[in-house]
Design a protein around this ligand. Structure first.
Ligand SMILES: *Cc1c(COP(=O)(O)O)cnc(C)c1O
Length: 358
């Protein structure tokens, strides 16, 4: 059990008492009937397909499928326009601008900070250790009375590693605010999801996404898993129809293709091994950080020059060299066999002609 956890005392008072927008489809949820309640076009859509009716605001069919896969209840699931939507909603539900704070552990995913900044919410930063693990003593020291959310990304972006389970347990047990574990890369890791501990920890929120292993980044769909009480609050403040009908239909199809996702993951992990071996052979690669995700954080002798040369060769990787603890590092997503071959062949040219870096 977490120390004196009380959700109502964490939520901004006006959100607790907020009367949400009541959509037409909130008041009558049956499928049959003469629908003259939402000012839709009754005839059809101007393009092929029928998009003239508003979608299910709570995406119940999609959530039922997710629930059966995750062994959670529909009431523990929130669907957002990418993970970015629940990130923003959590900050807005809990943090009063100019007063409350969140705690992040850089180097980590940039959206926690951006969302807090947009909402004028203070950000406490406690850097990860040099092994990219949680610095527990400093985290506990840095937590303030008005710290509402601690953000953990595991496997972490951009470092690629899983975060120690023991330190996450400690935070969940000793911090009385919310602990969010972002599992965007969990399908690539050899580790159980934290969703299995939702019943133990009322202050746990788990984020997952359809953007990575599922191959659906263009759909903009992310999931948040938490207690029914917290999910109810997110539902109250979200835009009413935040997931479009075509997206809901495609997600239903996708959720029937878990074996395809597993095949993708296997293939990407095998390519990651190959890429790792090839990169390790290059003389100007200083180190490759251990990765539990679908990318490698690679330290070069001179990352800026390598980055420029790769861009001139029309190969785009992510420059993380100006991020603290990631000096001279590029984050390289595992591509297809062919893409990885092009990358390695391009990098090998440097080995033979170092002047290419000038
Ligand atoms: C890619 C990524 C996401 C996914 O964001 P979406 O908005 O769902 O596309 C979330 N968290 C982390 C850490 C990521 O790297």
């Amino acid at each position: 059990m977490s120390r004196s956890f009380n959700l109502s005392s964490l939520i901004r008072p006006h959100i607790l008492t907020l009367k949400p927008y009541s959509s037409a489809r909130d008041e009558y949820s049956g499928k049959e009937g003469v629908f003259l309640d939402a000012n839709e076009n009754p005839i059809g859509s101007v393009i092929e397909g029928r998009y003239n009716r508003y979608p299910d605001p709570y995406q119940t069919e999609v959530k039922k499928k997710i629930a059966s896969h995750t062994k959670l209840s529909v009431q523990q699931i929130f669907l957002g326009n990418g993970s970015d939507e629940p990130i923003d909603l959590l900050i807005r539900a809990l943090c009063t601008p100019g007063r409350d704070s969140i705690l992040i552990m850089p180097p980590t995913y940039g959206m926690y900070e951006v969302s807090a900044d947009i909402n004028a919410v203070e950000i406490i930063k406690v850097p990860l250790t040099t092994h990219f693990q949680i610095d527990l003593p400093h985290v506990f020291e840095a937590i303030k009375e008005d710290t509402k959310i601690i953000w953990i990304c595991s496997p972490n972006n951009p470092t690629g590693n899983l975060v120690s389970e023991d330190s996450i347990h400690q935070l969940l047990q000793q911090f009385s605010g919310l602990v969010v574990v972002d599992e965007a890369y969990i399908d690539f890791a050899d580790s159980e999801s934290w969703t299995t501990r939702l019943d133990t920890y009322p202050n746990l929120v788990v984020l997952q996404t359809f953007s990575k292993s599922w191959g659906l980044a263009a759909l903009r769909s992310g999931m948040a898993f938490a207690s029914p009480e917290l999910i109810g609050l997110l539902n109250k403040i979200k835009p009413p129809y935040n997931i479009s009908a075509p997206t809901q239909e495609l997600l239903l199809q996708a959720l029937d293709q878990i074996s395809v996702k597993q095949k993708f993951v296997k293939e990407i992990l095998s390519e990651k091994e190959t890429l790792h071996t090839m990169l390790a052979d290059l003389s100007f690669v200083e180190m490759i950080h251990p990765s539990d995700a679908n990318f490698l954080l690679v330290k070069f002798e001179n990352s800026r020059a390598v980055m420029d040369y790769l861009i001139r060769s029309k190969i785009i990787v992510r420059d993380r060299s100006n991020v603290k603890l990631c000096e001279n590092c590029l984050r390289i997503t595992v591509g297809t066999e062919n893409e990885n071959k092009i990358l390695i062949e391009t990098l090998k040219k440097i080995q033979y002609n170092p002047e290419l870096l000038n």
